[in-house]
Design a protein around this ligand. Sequence first.
Ligand code: ZN
Length: 465
Amino acid sequence: MTLALYNTLTRTTAAFTPITQGKVGIYLCGATVQAEPHIGHIRSGVNFDILRRWLMASGFDVTFVRNVTDIDDKILHKAVHEKIPWWAVAMKYERAFTDAYRSLNVLPPSYEPRATGHITQMIELMERLIDRGFAYAPGNGDVYLEVRKLARYLTLSNQRLDDLMPADDADLTMKRDPRDFALWKAAKPGDPSWPTPWGPGRPGWHIECSAMAQTYLGEEFDIHGGGMDLIFPHHENEIAQSEAAGYGFARIWMHNAWVTQSGEKMSKSLGNSLLVREILKQVRGIELRWYLSGAHYRSMLEFSYEALEESATNFRRIESFLYKVNEKFERQGKIEGVIDPEFRTVMDDDLAVPQALALISTWLRAGNTALTSGDLTGARREAERIRGALSILGADPFDGAFATSNNNSEGVTKALDGLIQLLLKEREDARSRKDFAAADRIRDSFQDLGITIEDGPEGPRWSIQ
Ligand SMILES: [Zn+2]
C-alpha cells in the first residue's frame, strides 16, 4: 500500500503521487501573529508536522513552508491597545509562536516567510491578474478580484456563487460585484502602507499566501494545508488568485479540525487558561504534543483537563517502559526506532493516528509482559516498534528536543544555582585550609564556563557573562 491522503478539493481519499518523484512541497498557512498561541492554534502545527515526518520517513525530500502573517487588522488593533508599534506586536507574538512550536517539538519549517517581506511579489501577482482581466483597480487605491470570471470558484468549499454573501472587506460602492474580494486595500490615515502602481496601501490576507506559496514552491505544488476554518474564504480565494494568474497551485488540500470546548471552536474569548504557555505549567511539552496528536487530524478534539491528564498518564507508562528497556541494553547503545509494517499501513491510510495509538498500546502490553517474564529480546522488539512510532508522532522521549526545550527553565536555573553554590562552598573550604591551588582551580573553572562570581555583603553572587 502507498500513502493515501484525503483531499478537501475532491472530497475523496486517493493515493498520493508527487509532482516530482521523490519530492514534496507543502505550504501551511501559519499564524496571524496578534496574540499568544492557545492549543487550538498549535494543533495545526502539530498535525502537519506529523504529515511532514511521515513523508520524510517514507523517503521523500520535503520542502515545508509555513508563513507568518505579520500585517493584519487584528495586529493594528492590538498595536493601538498595547500602545506599541504594529511591527513590535507582530514580532512579539511571532516569537511566542516560535517558542510554542519548539516546546512541542514541531520541526522548524524549511522556509518561514513573513508577508511584509513579499510585497514586491504581491504587486507582481496583482499586475498579472489585472493584465489577464481578472482583477481591477477602481481608482481609490483598492484592487479587487472579479469572482464571476472564475468558472471553478467555490469548488473547495462546495458553495454556489448565487448563495454567496457580499465580501465585507472594503468599500462596496467601488466593487463591480459585491462578492468580489480585495487583493489590496488603500491606505487609511495612520496605518502602515507600501507604495504600489495604484497608490499606497496594504495587502489583503489572501494575496499574501498566494504570493509566498508561489515564491517558495513554484506555480504548482503538492499539498496546501491549514485549519478547516480557512477553507472559506481564505483558501477559496487563494485558489481563485492563483488560478486566475494561470498557475496550477496546490494539488491536494488538507485541513485539520479544531480543538473544541463543549463542541465549540476554541477561541480567544474563552480566556487565557488554554494558552500553550499556561498548559505547559501543568504537563510537559512532550505530553501536550502526545495529547494533541491523539485524535485524527480531521476529527474535532474536545478539550478537557481530565482527558489531558489521562493522556499524560498513559504517555508516562510508555516512557517508563522505554526507559526500563533502555537501561537493560545501555551498554549496547540506545534502543533504535523501527517502523513496523502495521504502523506503516495505518499511517499510509490518511495518517490514522488513533489506530497507531492502538498499536502502541498493544506493543506496550506485550513489552511489559516480556519484561516481567525476563524475555529481554521480546521487550526490546516491542520497544523498538514503539520508539519508531513515537519518532513519527514527534513524541520520542529520547529526542534531544525535549531535554533542552521549554517549560522548565526555572528548574534548570535552580539546579544550576545549587551546583554553583556547592562549588563555592568547596572554594571556601579550600581557602580555609589554605589550599589556594584548589581554590584557584575552582575560580578558573567558573571563568572558563563564563560564570562570573562577585563577592557581596550577603555572600557571593553569580551571573552568566
Ligand atoms: Zn494562508
